[in-house]
Write a protein that binds this ligand. Structure first.
Ligand code: EPU
Length: 303
């Protein structure tokens, strides 16, 4: 990014962008090289201005949620890393529907919906991501997904136009969607929920939380499950049965609690995490002849 581009970008937004920012500060696994820029946009107007500028200058855009399902390679990210905040995190309830800005922190939405007596998002308990990130990867449990609740979305297209996308255009699968093809940035989503007692909803949320606390390394830097569950199998079970728990490359370690998680013991680097992940994949292929697919998003340049 040129000095002129930096100056223009700074004028387009209300919060000063961060330039040459280590992505390790913005991912829950705490790894990742330098991003050219991290730009927080506080309104639809700011978002449209930055996207327009990026399109004109052919600067790549990566929308960053909470960085909780993300591995950024050591070489970092060119162009603009976008964070959606302010007006883009609004939550508006309307009887059994809720319209949510895609920058909204998912646990915050879950609690607000439960307080209103609106059920349907409990499968997203404990996912420390944004609504937009959850939509892209159709987050949830192994059986229920946020995509099941989607009625329509507002997106910025790859040409920078604002467009409403109806449910029948959207394809959700297990931990996948066609949303990146449909648009450059998800602005907001309308979710359909069902009425229930707030107490009953909160109890379900607490039960799922307790399960996660016992079965996942929730208090360690990690990026959630590394691999998708193969059809009729569980990646964690296979990786565990292959004897991989506790295996280390540098400070990257296969969690001793859940074998489908890699934890950062302090100073892990992205290349160590990715080497370890490949070793996990190879071992499962050799032992069980099953090819695991990545669930985490892997972005950025090699060193
Ligand atoms: N298992 C082992 N060893 C392990 C881990 C798991 O034997 O080290 C066994 C468990 O005993 C259980 C089975 O594997 O019988 C499944 O484990 P778990 O209940 O933990 O569920 P999972 O399939 O591993 C899925 C989602 C998680 C989600 C949990 C709970 C995927 C890839 N993972 O995990 O999502 O939190 O269910 O709902 O679908 C994520 O997407 O990042 C994620 C963490």
């Amino acid at each position: 990014m040129t000095e002129t581009e930096r100056k223009i970008l700074t004028k387009l937004v209300s919060e000063p962008p961060k330039f040459n920012e280590p992505m390790s500060r913005h991912t829950t696994l705490r790894v990742g090289g330098i991003a050219d820029s991290i730009v927080s946009v506080h309104s639809l107007g700011e978002l449209q201005r930055v996207v327009q500028f990026a399109l004109e200058r052919r600067l790549p855009i990566l929308v960053l949620g909470e960085g909780s399902n993300l591995i950024v390679r050591n070489g970092g990210i060119q162009g603009i890393v976008l964070k959606l905040t302010g007006e883009l995190t609004q939550i508006n309830f309307d009887t059994q529907e809720v319209e949510v800005g895609s920058g909204t922190y998912l646990p915050h939405l879950l609690v607000k919906a439960a307080q209103r007596g609106l059920s349907g998002l409990e499968c997203c308990t404990g996912i420390p991501g944004t609504v937009g990130g959850a939509l892209i990867s159709n987050a949830g449990s192994a059986e229920e997904f946020i995509g099941d609740r989607v009625r329509r979305l507002t997106i910025l297209t790859h040409e920078g136009e604002l467009r409403v996308v109806e449910r029948d255009e959207i394809k959700f699968g297990y931990r996948q969607s066609n949303l990146k093809e449909l648009g450059l940035v998800i602005v907001s989503v309308v979710l359909g929920l069902t009425f229930d007692e707030p107490k009953a909803i909160m109890e379900r949320i607490h039960r799922r939380w307790r399960y996660r606390w016992v079965t996942q390394p929730v208090n360690m830097p990690c990026a959630g499950c590394i691999f998708k569950n193969p059809p009729n199998e569980r990646a964690g079970r296979l990786l565990d049965a292959a004897g991989l728990k506790g295996l280390r490359i540098g400070d990257a370690q296969v969690s001793t609690i859940h074998a489908n998680f890699i934890v950062n013991l302090g100073n892990a680097k992205a290349n160590e995490v990715l080497e370890l992940a490949e070793l996990m994949r190879r071992t499962v292929k050799e032992k069980f002849d099953i090819a695991l697919e990545y669930e985490v998003q892997i972005v950025g340049k090699d060193e």
